[in-house]
Write a protein that binds this ligand. Structure first.
Ligand code: UN1
Length: 498
């Protein structure tokens, strides 16, 4: 065990304790007795200081030319690359995912830095003819102001990066409120932004509890935009406060992602996809595969293959190179996953493998859940409808391609989706008919890349897409500019008509 880190807030270029002085701890989910970091339990006064700093910094940051703002973010990418291994080790200890996945989390941040930095030399608008002579018409992207970024623990580096980086390139200033479970990862990340030389007040960090800090940020009248990734329940609250206070809000919430396996699929390939999609990151991705929709002709064979492969998965601490499945983030989530197994049992689902909290040997020191497959699941059961956010996948049998698509679409969510088939016509039909923000053909439901839009339909989101060029639509507003160089008053819709 190492000495716990001391995390501070970062406000107006200074590392500060919370005004009230209270602190909280984060711990290693693979070893609950190991405290990773102590962090400030901030309150409204700390939020206030951060908002004032961010507002002040916005006045000059918005006037820094976008390519110059982007150069700071490019530098962040370079510094992040330098600390990739150190940060990955920290993610592994504080969040629990296996080291290879933790490196991927940081790499997603690095990719996002270089991609966002390049956008600083684009930020394209349009020019278009005016209906009047000697008049010029164009659109330009304008920053929005001060952005509150509320981020989850499951991708403690990638998600703050894909919110903060485009926001800053676009000329906004930001206040990051990271999840209570991963304050050390957020602190190290902000240190990296600081080392890259961002001016004071441009990026601020306020640690604390969602109910306190998150709520204070979302309700603050001087916050212009809230970008939130987390549960649908909290997202609904965030959305309603932003609605009442007329803030722009971008919500990324739950998923109940499905992978379809048709009878003509390459079953080995579909198996690799299913295991990675369902059990990677211990199922704690909003893109995780939590339903497998299996054609009846391959259902039995595929289920046997899946059970066999799942039985061999190795649980353990993320830092152990043999580990394939790390811990659940905390006690509350572990109990939540466990509760879904009671629900599954009561609903008549059959537990094929797993189904319990894992306690063998060293696993009892952490929050581990056995990789679990539930069979005999019908589409309307709660375990087929609600997000579990753990290593639990349900099997649903179907008789046809049409039924598979219909069942895939029968949830309130629509983030990621996948189909394994060798039939090109089915693949294109699925691309058209699946109700989801992301569809993979012959690939698992996880693994989005930063230069493509990320987000979901229905109750997964509220119409925005993070990452890709669509991130610019979140963090800018359009201004339409008309330049009349005729030297006289030209009345649109009147003077150019008989
Ligand atoms: C999330 O789970 O919130 O596509 C993000 C993926 C990752 C991002 C997941 N690149 O699985």
């Amino acid at each position: 065990m190492t000495t716990p880190l001391t995390c501070r807030n970062y406000i107006d270029g200074q590392w500060l304790t919370a005004t009230a002085g209270a602190t909280l701890d984060s711990c290693n989910p693979a070893n609950k007795r190991e405290v990773i970091a102590t962090f400030p339990r901030s309150a409204a006064a700390d939020v206030e200081a951060a908002v004032v700093a961010a507002r002040q910094a916005y006045q000059s940051w918005r006037l820094v030319p976008a390519p110059a703002r982007a150069e700071y973010i490019f530098k962040v990418g370079e510094v992040l690359s330098k600390y990739k291994e150190e940060l990955a080790q920290l993610i592994c200890r504080e969040m629990g995912k296996p080291l290879a996945e933790a490196r991927g989390d940081v790499q997603e941040g690095i990719d996002c830095a270089f991609y966002s930095a390049a956008e600083g030399r684009r930020l394209f608008g349009q020019t278009t003819p005016s209906e009047m002579p000697n008049k010029f018409a164009m659109t330009v992207r304008m920053p929005i102001g001060v952005c509150a970024l509320i981020t989850p623990w499951n991708f403690p580096v990638a998600i703050p990066c894909w919110k903060a980086m485009p926001a800053l390139v676009c000329g906004n200033t930001v206040i990051l409120k990271p999840a209570e479970d991963t304050p050390a990862c957020a602190t190290k990340l902000v240190e990296i932004f600081v080392e890259a030389g961002l001016p004071p007040g441009v990026i601020n960090l306020v640690h604390g509890v969602g109910e306190e800090v998150g709520k204070a940020l979302v309700s603050h009248p001087d916050i212009d935009l809230v970008s939130f990734t987390g549960s649908s329940e909290t997202g609904a609250e965030v959305g309603s406060i932003c609605g009442r206070t007329h803030k722009r809000v971008c919500l990324e919430m739950g998923g109940k992602n499905a992978q379809i396996v048709m009878e003509d699929a390459d079953l080995e390939l579909a198996l690799d996809g299913a295991v990675w999609g369902a059990f990677g990151t211990a199922g704690q991705r909003c893109t995780a595969t939590s339903r497998l929709i299996l054609h009846r002709d391959i259902k039995e064979k595929f289920t046997t293959m899946l059970k066999e492969r799942t039985s061999k998965l190795r649980l353990g601490a993320g830092s152990d190179p043999n580990t394939e499945i790390g811990p659940i983030i905390n006690e509350r989530q572990l109990q939540r996953v466990s509760k879904y197994l009671d629900i599954a049992y009561a609903e008549g689902a059959k537990i094929l493998i797993g189904g319990e909290i894992a306690t063998e040997g060293e696993l009892q020191q952490g929050y581990f859940f056995q990789p679990t497959i539930l069979d005999k699941v019908t589409p309307q059961m709660r375990v087929a409808q609600e997000e579990i956010f753990g290593p639990v996948v349900v099997l649903i049998e179907v008789n046809s391609f049409e039924e598979a698509i219909a069942i895939l679409n029968t949830t309130k969510y629509g983030l990621s989706s996948s189909i394994y088939t060798r039939d090109i016509n089915r693949a294109f039909t699925a691309m058209r008919d699946i109700e989801a923000g992301i569809t993979y053909i012959n690939g698992p439901t996880i693994g989005a890349e930063v230069h493509l839009p990320f987000g979901g339909v229905k109750q997964t989101g509220n119409g925005h897409r993070e990452a890709g060029t669509t991130a610019l639509d979140i963090f800018t507003e359009w201004k339409t500019v008309y330049v009349d160089f005729s030297g006289s008053l030209q009345r649109a819709q009147i003077d150019n008509r008989e």
